[in-house]
Design a protein around this ligand. Structure first.
Ligand code: S3P
Length: 433
C-alpha cells in the first residue's frame, strides 16, 4: 500500500494517476446550519447526508447539550428542537476545531438568552472572535473573552437582544450568520448590510424554515432583514461538499491518464467559483446538473496555465485557495493571488503555511501580506509538510504528494478528521501507481 499512517504522520507515495467516481462528505456549511436551525425549530427535523467530519459532529453534540433531542436511525439524523426545550447547559460548549460552530453558535445562544461558555482546540482559541462579539454586544450581549476580548474561551451572557443595523466590516459568512441567528431571537428588526457577497446558506435555509427574513439586493450591496421568528421543522437532503470535491478534481487535472467524477455536489452560488478559475487555467471540466443547485462534476488530465486571482474573487474561493495553489504549482507560468488576507485567520495562517509547504516540494513561491505568487514549471519533488491543525493544508498537500515523485510526508494528518475522515481511503481507492 502506498500510504501509511503512523500517529499523525502520513507518507504518500507519488507518481500516481487518479481514476473513478466517488461521493464526498455532505456539505459542511449546510450540515452545520441544518443542525442549528433544526435545534431552533419546534418539532422533528430529519437530516440526510450530514457531514461525518468532527466539526459537524461537534455541532450535533452542542445542540444536544442545549437540549435538542438528537437520534440517528438508518443513516438519518432526527432532531427534536424548539426554543422552549433549549437552556444553558452548565458545561463548557466544546467546538473542537470548528470556527463555523463557535461563531454561529455564539449568535444562536445570544438569541436564546442565558449564560454560555465556549472553548475549542488550540487553533480555534487563536482565531479572531471580536468580529462576532462586536455586533452581539451592540445587540445587548455581555461577553467576557480571553486575550483582550478577542478569543475563545469566552462566556456570553444575554438577557434579551435588540435588533441593530450592522454593516459588515469584513467579508465573512460566519459573522453574517451569527448576527442573523441572534436576530431571530431579538426584538425589532436586525439588518445586515453586506457589500462583498459571501455564501448565502443561512439566508436561504432560514427562509425555508419559515423565518421572517428578507433580502434586498442593490448594485453595490445586499441588505438582509430578519425579525424574531418561530421556525418549522424540515427534511434536509444535503449534497456533497464542493470544497472537498475540489481536491479530487485538481488531482485528476495535475496527474497523467486521470479522470475523476464527483457525484452530487452542491453547485450553488459563491461555492464553486474555483471551477471557472480552473477552466481559465485550461482545465477540462464538465458539469452535469441534477438540480438547480447540485450535480456531478468530471475533471480529466489537463495542461494548466497560470492565472491571476483577483481580490473580488476571493470570497467565492476562500476554502479552495490551498488546492488552487497546488494547481498553480503544476501550471505553466506564474499565478498571482491577492486580496486573500482572510486566509491568515483560518484554521492556520494558510498563506504562510501553504508557502512553506509548497517550497518543500521545490515550488518557487513568493509570499505577500495578502496572498502569494506561485511559479509553476519548476521540477517538483516530494515535500515535507506540517499541517498546523489545518485539514485543508493536509488534504491539498496530499494531492500534490500523490502527483510528484517519491514519498511526501505530512505531519498532523489527523486534522483531516475535522471535515473528511475517509479522505485517505478515498485517495487509495482512486489512485494507481
Ligand atoms: C463558512 C464561511 C467561511 C469558510 C468556512 C465556512 C461558513 O468562513 O471559510 O470554511 O460555513 O459560513 P468566513 O466566514 O470566516 O469567511
Amino acid at each position: 500500500m502506498a500510504e501509511s499512517a503512523s500517529d499523525s504522520v502520513v507518507s504518500i507515495t507519488g507518481g500516481r494517476s487518479f481514476n473513478g467516481t466517488l461521493s464526498v462528505p455532505g456539505d459542511k456549511s449546510i450540515s452545520h446550519r441544518a443542525l442549528l436551525i433544526s435545534c431552533l425549530a419546534s418539532g422533528t427535523s430529519i437530516i440526510k447526508g450530514l457531514s461525518q467530519g468532527k466539526d459537524v459532529q461537534a455541532t450535533k453534540a452542542l445542540i444536544a447539550h442545549l437540549g435538542a433531542r438528537v437520534d440517528e436511525r438508518g443513516g438519518r439524523i432526527f432532531v427534536e428542537g424548539g426554543r422552549d426545550r433549549l437552556h444553558s447547559p452548565g458545561t463548557v460548549l466544546d467546538v473542537g476545531n470548528s470556527g463555523t460552530l463557535i461563531r454561529l453558535g455564539a449568535g444562536l445562544v445570544a438569541g436564546l438568552g442565558g449564560s454560555y461558555t465556549f472553548s475549542g482546540d488550540e487553533s480555534v482559541n487563536r482565531r479572531p472572535m471580536k468580529r462576532v462579539f462586536t455586533p452581539l454586544v451592540q445587540m445587548g450581549a455581555v461577553i467576557e473573552a480571553s486575550n483582550h476580548g478577542d478569543n475563545a474561551p469566552f462566556t456570553l451572557i444575554s438577557h434579551g437582544l435588540n435588533g441593530i443595523t450592522y454593516e459588515m466590516p469584513v467579508a465573512s459568512a460566519q459573522v453574517k450568520s451569527a448576527i442573523l441567528l441572534a436576530g431571530l431571537g431579538a426584538s425589532g428588526t436586525t439588518t445586515v448590510i453586506e457589500r462583498i457577497p459571501t455564501r448565502r446558506h443561512s439566508e436561504e435555509m432560514l427562509l425555508d424554515a419559515g423565518a421572517e427574513i428578507d433580502v434586498t439586493r442593490y448594485t453595490d450591496r445586499s441588505e438582509i432583514y430578519i425579525r424574531r421568528s418561530s421556525l418549522q421543522p424540515l427534511e434536509y437532503d444535503i449534497p456533497g461538499d464542493p470544497s472537498q470535491a475540489a481536491y479530487w478534481l485538481v488531482a485528476a487535472l495535475i496527474t497523467p491518464h486521470s479522470q475523476i467524477t464527483v457525484k452530487n455536489i452542491y453547485l450553488g452560488d459563491l461555492r464553486t467559483d474555483f471551477i471557472p478559475v480552473l477552466t481559465r487555467m485550461g482545465a477540462e471540466i464538465d458539469i452535469s446538473y441534477r438540480s438547480r443547485n447540485s450535480g456531478d462534476v468530471t475533471a480529466r488530465s489537463s495542461q494548466l496555465n497560470s492565472t491571476e486571482i483577483m481580490p473580488d474573487e476571493i470570497p467565492g474561493l476562500i476554502d479552495e485557495i490551498p488546492i488552487l495553489s497546488v494547481a498553480a504549482a503544476c501550471a505553466n507560468g506564474t499565478t498571482v493571488i491577492t486580496g486573500a488576507s482572510e486566509l491568515r485567520v483560518k484554521e492556520s495562517d494558510r498563506i504562510s503555511v501553504m508557502v512553506q509547504a509548497l517550497r518543500s516540494f521545490n515550488a518557487k513561491v513568493e509570499e505577500f501580506s495578502d496572498g502569494m505568487a506561485i511559479s509553476g514549471g519548476e521540477k517538483l519533488h516530494a515535500g515535507k509538510v506540517l499541517a498546523h491543525l489545518d485539514h485543508r493544508i493536509a488534504m491539498a498537500c496530499s494531492i500534490l504528494g500523490a502527483a510528484v515523485a517519491d514519498e511526501t510526508e505530512i505531519s498532523g494528518f489527523e486534522s483531516v478528521e475535522s471535515s473528511y475522515p475517509t479522505f485517505l481511503a478515498d485517495l487509495w481507492n482512486l489512485t494507481t501507481a
